[in-house]
Ligand binder design. Sequence first.
Ligand code: SF4
Length: 435
Amino acid sequence: MEYTTQMDAARKGICTKEMEIVARKEHMAPEQLMALMAEGKAIIPCNKKHTCIAPSGLGSMLTTKINVNLGTSRDLTDLNMELTKVQSAVDMGAEAIMDLSSYGDTRKFRRMLTEKCPAMIGTVPIYDAVVYYHKALGTITSREWIDIVRMHAEDGVDFMTIHCGINKETAGKFKRNKRLMNIVSRGGSIIFAWMEMTGQENPFYEHYDEILDICREYDVTLSLGDACRPGCLQDATDASQIEELITLGELTKRAWEKDVQIMIEGPGHMPMNQIAANMEIQKTLCHGAPFYVLGPLVTDVAPGYDHITGAIGGAIAAASGAAFLCYVTPAEHLRLPDVKDVKEGIIAARIAAHAADIAKGLPHAMDWDNEMSAARKKLDWEAMFDLAIDPEKAREYRESSRPEKEDTCSMCGNFCAVRNMNRILDGEIVSIFDE
Ligand code: SF4
């Protein structure tokens, strides 16, 4: 092969088959995509070993993509249940699956994913190291942490979250600037605890060049983790978050020197009025690398409804430049999501992503909405169900409350504005009262 990573290919002017596919999906000239990829502003996460992937691109000039977090935990270890969720996530339009398994035979599940799943597969090697070595956190060595990164790359993972921004300097800033919610990133809290117990530098920061060499070999995209993402509104845009972002910006440049594709992870919990400014800060400090946001949740008081708080924040973030939204389910902060929670989380994230694409003015983004409006105008209920983001739910609602007049719905019945306008414009008499 004449190139190592997709970024290397773009810089050499080689249009890969993955670029051709993504350019077609994005209604974009391949040359335009290649130029963005050469600069690091667009990426195509696709490990050379994940051969069944249907490639997708990430970047603020591309359509917004969504990720679904799945995986086993100590309390729920049913692989079949997780595979059912994976299949339904892909069917419902998720472009990426992050396997956050933290219990059981994690390698078996990960390999099943990269053998069968066409979506991008992401992982967080930190979690897996604790499961894989099956020993106390403080006894895991620097070498062992890095070996897990290699193992995930060999298993065909397309992108990995690496918490390398929380080095000794960031940790010091965090300790000096007290927070309401401390560190809420799972990986971030693990590596912070390891650093505190061993007194050593973060191995993912210290051995970053070695990690880059692994990523370059397999074309793994690094998702630079935000260990210090705010875990509540009060902590948003504080010293720890910004200090870490500055470090992530430096690490982005180092990755690009080795042609490694990069995205940056972001908040978190954040008041609505800070989101657009945060996207600008990220773009500036991280040189335009695609931003992957985990929410942001715009209020802290809605457990059971955090797919909504996340979708509000996600829509604002994506309209302001974020490229990739991590879904949030109604189970957030409460339990591991079940199949129904996963569905609700995906739909909410897709709504946020689509709304943002319209706001960004992406070509053809509104075609879908226009088709729906045309079907509504005709009161063509079957077409409306087909076009609905959740056809099943739309049909169920209508079936649960049938109208007297078949072409209307039970909301307004005889007063149906759409029906009455169609009739009057067709020259019919509209009485409403005695119909
Ligand atoms: S009855 Fe009312 S809500 Fe239902 S389709 Fe007609 S205008 Fe819309």
